[in-house]
Design a protein around this ligand. Structure first.
Ligand SMILES: [Zn+2]
Ligand SMILES: [Zn+2]
Length: 139
């Protein structure tokens, strides 16, 4: 973590192959896991791990991720077209850019620990959802 002249936190991340690279600024907003059907299918895993940031800058040679609209005109997920890594999500109802936490170079920050699980009723029975310690600011 570095500091910009304005004092905002700066973090870096990217995809597995390195074509998609980014920096995000601002505090980590509402880190959470999600068990929704889209996350399970797109992530290829029982759960995805998300966090919001105020701003993202795409810095790699691949530019922006390839966007797939999960809800056309309302929500989209960004991935690397070369290696398939999921990196980001944009939702028209949420001001922050959603970042797939494992895409960050450093995932050890305590401020990235999930504070809630979305769609916990979808969670596989052998993997308990994270505790609900902060209700969603989203609706
Ligand atoms: Zn890649
Ligand atoms: Zn989800």
């Amino acid at each position: 973590m570095n500091a910009t002249p304005e004092g905002a936190e700066v973090r870096t991340g990217g995809c597995l192959c390195g074509r998609i690279r980014f920096t995000v600024t601002g505090p980590a907003v509402y880190p959470h896991t999600c068990h929704c059907g889209h996350c399970v299918k797109l992530g290829g895993a029982p759960v995805m791990w998300w966090v919001g940031f105020e701003r993202v800058t795409w810095t790699g040679e691949g530019g922006e991720p390839t966007w797939f609209e999960t809800f056309p005109g309302k929500a989209k997920r960004g991935f690397c077209a070369n290696c398939g890594s999921r990196v980001a999500a944009v939702d028209c109802d949420i001001p922050e850019i959603g970042i797939n936490v494992p895409a960050l170079d450093d995932t050890s920050g305590v401020d990235l620990a999930p504070v809630n699980a979305s769609f916990r009723e979808n969670a596989v029975h052998w993997m308990p959802p994270v505790p609900d310690t902060q209700h969603s600011p989203i609706g």
